[in-house]
Every structure is written in C-alpha cells, then in structure tokens.
Design a protein. Sequence first.
Lengths: 358, 358
Amino acid sequence: MSDLKNDRFLRALSRQSVDATPVWIMRQAGRYLPEYRAVRARAGDFMTLCKTPELACEVTLQPLERFALDAAILFSDILTIPDAMGLGLGFTDGEGPAFERPVRDAAAIRRLSVPDPEQELGYVLDAVRLVRRELDGRVPLIGFSGSPWTLATYMVEGGSSKGFSRIKSLLFDQPSVLDELLKLLSDSVTLYLKAQIAAGVQAVMIFDTWGGVLTPADYQRFSLQPMRSIVTQLKADPETAKVPVILFTKGAGAWLEDMAQTGCDALGLDWMIGLDEARRRVGSQVALQGNLDPAALYARPERIRAMVADILEQFGTGNGHVFNLGHGISKDVNPDHLAVLVDAVHELSRPYHRSDGG
Amino acid sequence: MSDLKNDRFLRALSRQSVDATPVWIMRQAGRYLPEYRAVRARAGDFMTLCKTPELACEVTLQPLERFALDAAILFSDILTIPDAMGLGLGFTDGEGPAFERPVRDAAAIRRLSVPDPEQELGYVLDAVRLVRRELDGRVPLIGFSGSPWTLATYMVEGGSSKGFSRIKSLLFDQPSVLDELLKLLSDSVTLYLKAQIAAGVQAVMIFDTWGGVLTPADYQRFSLQPMRSIVTQLKADPETAKVPVILFTKGAGAWLEDMAQTGCDALGLDWMIGLDEARRRVGSQVALQGNLDPAALYARPERIRAMVADILEQFGTGNGHVFNLGHGISKDVNPDHLAVLVDAVHELSRPYHRSDGG
C-alpha cells in the first residue's frame, strides 16, 4: 500500500487505527448521478457500458470527483460470470437483469464450464487496470462478484424473481445438482476474483443478494458453504491471501457468527441489525461495513447528519468500521445528500479515533 | 367453544394439548385455486369480491372443501381500513394494491378519522356473520387486519413500494406526524378487530408485512409499539380479552422477544428463522405459527412430506404449534401439493402429541 495516498479503507478492513472512519457507498457509480446517466445514454445499453473499459473506468471515477470517498468500486455487474458462461446477459429497464439462455436442468448445468477470466472476462480486467492507472493511488479499488447462490438464482430463474419457484424446485428436488452448479460457480468466482486482484483490485467483496430467502439450514449449505470455499481458496494462495475479503448477505442478521467464521476479513451489514449488536457478536473477528438505511438519504441534511452520528455512536470507539449504506444507493436520491453523508462521516467520526490516532 | 367440532387451532394457540398439530395456510382462499379464480372472474374485480359478503363467504369456505384445514380465515384484504378512511383502494393486476388518494402530508393525515366498523366496514362484518353461519362450528374463523405500520406504508406510498421513499421521508423528517398517523391507525385497527370479534371471529391476526424494512430502533417505535397498543386494548376489554391474537412481522427473527412481550398469544414466523430456535427463545411465552418455506410447495410430494416432518421435528413434542407457511401461498402452486402438506401435518404430528393426548 506504499503508493496509496488514502489507506483508511484498507486499514479499517484490517482493524488498524485510522484518523477518521472511511466511507464508500454501494452503487456509488450509478443512476442517481446525472453524469452517469449521460455516459449510460452515450453507451446505449448497460452491458455496453460494462464491456467498454474506457466507459466503465469513467463512471467508476465519477463519484470520486464529487465526494470525498475513501474507496472506488469497479463499475461492473454481479452477473458477468454467467454471461461469460454463455447465458447471454441483458437488462430490461425497470425489470432488471435477464438471461437469454437460463439453465434449468442437470444437462444444461453439466454443459457449463469455468470461464477463463483473461479470455472471457478480459473487459473487466482491462477496466481494473485502467482504473488503477487513472486513480494513481488516490484511494484503493474494490473488485467484486455475485455469490454462487445469487448467481445460481439468476441463472436458473432467468432474471429477477419474486417466488424463486425454479431455483427452489431445483434445491428441494435435486439438491445435488444444485451443489454441482454451486461448486462450478465457487471455482469460477475464485478464479475471477484472483484475476481481478492480479489486475489490481485491492479488496474484494462478494454480494449475496439472495441468501436471505433461504431457511437457516439451506443458507448454510447453498449460500454460505460456497462463499466459504471461495474465501478458503483466496486465503490459501500467497498471491491473494493478503487482499481483504468482504462478505455481504442481505438479511443475514441471524447468521453473522457463521459468516465471520469463513475466514473473511469483513462483513457487510444491512440496516435491519444494530451495528452495536453486530460488533458485540463478531467485532473481535472481523471488520464491519455499513449500515445506514439507504432511505436515510431521502431525509433533510440535518437528519442525515444525525443518523450518521447514530451509526458512528453504535460502533463506538476502536477500529474496524467502514461506513456504508445497508444496501445500494437508490436512483432517485439527491446527490447533494450523499455529499452531506460523506462529510458527516469524516467530521463526526474523528473524536472516536483520537485515542488510537494520537 | 362448546359448539366447535374442531378446536385444535384454538387449543394450540392457548398452548393446550391436541391430538395432532393444527394447520391452516396464509392466503388459503386465493388464486392458486381454480374455483377461486372462477368466483373472482364472476365478481369482475378484487374489491367487489371483498365487498360482497356472499362471494367473500363462498371463497372463504372453498379451501375447506378440498383440504382438512383446522381453521378458516376470512377472505378480505389487509387494506380495508384505509379504504374506509376514503383513500379509494383498487388493485392492478401484477402490481398489487393502489390507493387513488394517498396521504402525503400532515394536513392530509389530520383530515383522517377512525372509521366506524359497523357503518363503513359493514361488508366485512356481514361476511364474518355469514361465514360463521355456514361454517356451523366445523372449524374456527380467523379475522385480521394489516398492522398500523403496514397500513401507513401503503397509505403514504400509494401502493406497493421498493424503496419506501415517501414513508421513510415522513419517518425521518416528521416522525411525530407519523406517530399521529400510527396512533389513529392503532385505534382504528383495535375497533375493527373488536367489531370482527363481536361479529364472530374466534382469533385475530395482525399482518405486519413491512416491519422488516425498518432498523431495530425504528421497528420498536413505528411498528411494534402500535401493535402493542392494539393488543393492550384488546386484552383490556372483557369482550375481547380471551380471543387469541397472533402477531406476524415478516423478517422479524431478531425481535421475537420484543414481539412476545406485547401480550399477544402467538407469533407468526417466516422461514428464515429456525422453529427450534424460536421455540427456545419465546416458546414459553407464546404459541408459534409457521414456518415452512412457501416454495416447498413447488417440490415433489415426497419432498414436501420430508420438509413437513422436519418442521414438526424442529418444534418437537409439547404444545403451542400451529403449522403454516412462512408467508402466503403462491398463486402458481399445484393445489394437490397443498393436500399433501395438510395430510402430512396431521399424520406425521400425531406421535409428537401422544404423551399429552393420552
């Protein structure tokens, strides 16, 4: 990290002292920014934006021009791996991602293979290299992937789902076929994250958007176990062992202890769990990232500051907190409100770090 | 209950011994049944079905003809109270409920008043009386309402919401105005449930669909406290004190202790919490209703039986379990699969009740 001008984010992830709590925002490069919407319009569609490294780099950097964020996150999508497997990812406005060729049976699943990141996801790695060069050490760059369970959900359902009828039929009726798919996806995500790290990302995050629709036992087997396999493989490789891994399952308040025991470095938290409670339960094992209600950004600036103060007070003094929302920023948020949040985190957190920072 | 031929459900709610675990299903009168779809088509639209006591009665009884269910639940909607307040409830296919005249500011909220159930919700009470007569003591009848927070959410958003921007802006920026609205709704729900009980319902359930989108502190103030107020008022009135009250907040696994301390008789559980854990935490205070993953009904019959067996085993021996799904039954479920579930609950639960039943 010697060339890094702002290492608050990486220090917080390894629970070292910082001068102020670092902050970044899920989906910080996104639709709430008019300059993002302009590039998106220029690109024509979402996947062109993802697959054109210059454009992906441009929108990755946009929020850093406006806000004093402590990390950049690569602009990409959680579903790039199934796209590279040949499922054909597209986006419908309003309805979200949709695959042209979903996989719905054992035969289709067995025809899939682990993508070679340099060959089939080269556009992501090119974007990483470009962003690192453009960032020039200003802040660290985060890479990411969807979790195996979340990828499987979209691959089998074909897109967003309310009832999860197809993936759950597979889970209930042919659990070992689902295990096969998840094993393939764990290996694919591992290779993909290793390639992102080799290209330059300085931390990785695994987004498990849909782990929270599972029973406790199904979560263990079908969501957590595949994520544990990825963490284990990353930590076993000297090339990637030191890169912090953040796990985020939405709706996982009940399972934090199990998540913390995977060997990951940090947990992302949604806003349905108190940060004080989360710290009490797992704060001695992992750093914690979160967890302001994303809707807080609809409030008046003085209320936003008060809510930031409350989250900081819940975490309290000591190390290991990265400020974030509990979910991605909404597209109809006023960007000025995010500026209020970012500045409030830095300003109001300094007193909590005095005893460590000297 | 002397004239009740099947009192398993009421006995389980008061944690008395039963010969087999009672079962009913949220939305058991609904779109997955072809005979329901036929009546709905005859009625023309959903609200006509709700507001015509003969039709509401007919669809309430339909699932009892097919399945050996241990309770009937009145066919109605959780949003009848705001409709009676003049907001104009309608339903759009695919998008769910929508109010013609949402309330969005303090002035609009202060113009609202508590509906008189006999005057403005007479169609619900007529349906209750009709169903009780037609049931003739076969099984008990459940009445219900949406929770104040859930009603407020729809009233302010105007319909279903993903980001809850309007209700949360109100919550953050004008919390005391939201408190006023919730107070009005608590009083309205209390009167409404008292009127349903006077008309003949033998248990009541409060559906808090959206409590799970709140932080722990906001849940306490804006969802749980208004529900506690309803329970307290029902339990303070000799006319309603003995009628069991079931509280159900989707996504409330972390807050079961607080819910159990409201004075309610039972908690409805979603499938994200283990029934064994829930029983350990609150089973000495309240009965538990749930909690099979609704998607289990997509599985093969033998898997459905195995999953029913697992839920029964999680609860174990002893009293105080009402079997249900963890959420409403999905519209694309095969009704024959529900028959498998209901029969499996009765058959497989008998061994757990032998020591009590003699």
